[in-house]
Design a protein around this ligand. Structure first.
Ligand code: FAD
Length: 376
């Protein structure tokens, strides 16, 4: 049985970013992933300015290609009252962030990983992990054969799939699907992203290449109806928002993802550490999941940078360091996903006042924007 220093289970964007960060510290890392080809994943992500900087430092970001689109303004509104707008220049930034598809982020990172001789990349399904205070063990299968590895540190970056039954602090099923559709509006996007709360479910419109990607979080039955009847989807989109952009037409068949909120009780247990979606899964309404995961990777790699030997007690700091940021993003995102969509006269009124209040309070607006862009 081979012994490794660090094994990362999961080569999604967070696992691969962490592998590159640790490689730059001269650490030997093994990454095991079940499927590195992400071309069939239709997600388009909004990445904050800070996340793009992290990827750029890893050599995995090229803003001049056609595959990324800048977001310069975010406008938040709801049917009735209240519009709040955040512009990049208010924060002294050139852009608030960019949109890029998930497969492209993974591919850029993978290209960098493949160029690092010290990163051992294994394409295999991990079936089981175990750990104690002396070492961790990983069992994976490849070509019908089972293999075992041991390591000093096991990082779980598998998106929470393998560790589905780990103790949770929060486990909430939104009973919603995120319906993703590429739509072209008569009015060009001018690098403006919209978040719209109109009653059916939070709608996010992201500028992407020459069109918009609509991420609409809808009750499951409604999402299924829209998948079967895309003409109903377009009617509803126009009714709730896109009519004001001149009307929308659908560019490709919509796809959907089930939505949950998960936060694990602990990110560290003996020699095992959780990062990214393995530690928390958030609603996409505030486009924060990967941003949060990349900050997990940064903090863990900074902690490990000063260690030559991995001692479990030292890792507990990582949990403490990540709590504030994760809790703030989870609280804010859950509020947007649930409270702003409730329908009642009083709620509508308060919601409108809240958003109007926000637009009249640039300091508060800047604070919220800064925490979403840079973390708490
Ligand atoms: C609809 C939608 C929209 C989103 N929009 C945004 C957004 O705009 N901005 C944003 O920041 N975030 C967004 N997110 C969240 C973002 O996609 C995730 O936070 C991010 O992908 C998490 O990355 P990860 O590397 O932790 O996990 P994942 O991306 O889930 O990667 C996990 C990896 O582990 C591998 N794996 C899993 N199980 C095993 C196993 N047993 N053995 C080996 N390998 C395994 C998988 O193959 C995969 O490569 C969105 C999510 C959804 C669903």
């Amino acid at each position: 049985m081979l012994h490794q220093a660090i094994i990362i289970v999961g080569g999604g964007p967070v696992g691969l970013s962490l592998a590159l960060m640790l490689n730059r510290q001269g650490k030997r890392v093994t990454v095991i992933d079940a499927g590195l080809d992400k071309s069939s994943d239709g997600r388009v992500l909004a990445l904050s300015h800070a996340s793009c900087q992290i990827l750029a430092e890893l050599g995995a970001w090229n803003p001049s290609t056609k595959s990324v689109t800048a977001i310069n303004t975010v406008q938040i509104s709801h049917a009735g009252l209240g519009i709040s707008q955040i512009k990049a220049e208010q924060l002294d930034l050139a852009t608030l962030g960019y949109t890029i598809n998930y497969a492209e982020v993974c591919q850029q990172l993978l290209t960098q990983v493949l160029s690092c001789l010290d990163i051992n990349l294994i394409t295999a399904q991990v079936n089981k992990v175990a750990h104690n205070s002396s070492y961790a063990l990983v069992e994976y299968s490849r070509d019908g054969e089972n293999h075992l590895l041991t390591c000093d540190l096991l990082v779980m970056a598998e998106g929470g799939k393998l560790l589905a039954d780990v103790d949770k602090k929060i486990a909430h099923d939104y009973r919603q699907q995120a319906l993703i559709s590429h739509v072209k509006t008569k009015q060009a996007h001018r690098n403006v992203a919209y978040e719209r709360f109109a009653g059916r479910g939070p709608l996010v419109l992201l500028p992407y290449q020459d069109h918009y990607v609509a991420v609409w979080s809808l009750p499951t039955e409604l999402a299924e109806e829209f998948i079967s009847h895309p003409d109903h989807l377009i009617d509803a989109l126009n009714e709730d928002f896109t009519a004001r952009l001149g009307g929308a037409t659908l560019l490709q068949a919509p796809i959907s993802f089930p939505l949950r909120l998960i936060q694990t009780k602990q990110r560290v247990d003996k020699r095992m550490v959780l990062v990214g979606n393995s530690a928390q899964i958030v609603h996409p309404v505030s486009a924060q999941g990967l941003n949060l995961g990349l900050r997990d990777a940064c903090v863990l790699s900074e902690l490990l940078a000063v260690k030559t030997e991995i001692v479990p007690e030292d890792l507990h700091q990582y949990d403490e360091l990540r709590n504030r940021d994760a809790n703030a993003v989870i609280g804010f995102t859950h509020f947007l996903a649930t409270k702003l969509e409730k329908r009642s006269f009083l709620h509508d009124h308060l919601r409108g006042c809240g958003l109007i209040g926000l637009s009249n309070l640039p300091i508060l607006q800047n604070m919220i924007a800064r925490s979403l862009i840079f973390g708490v």
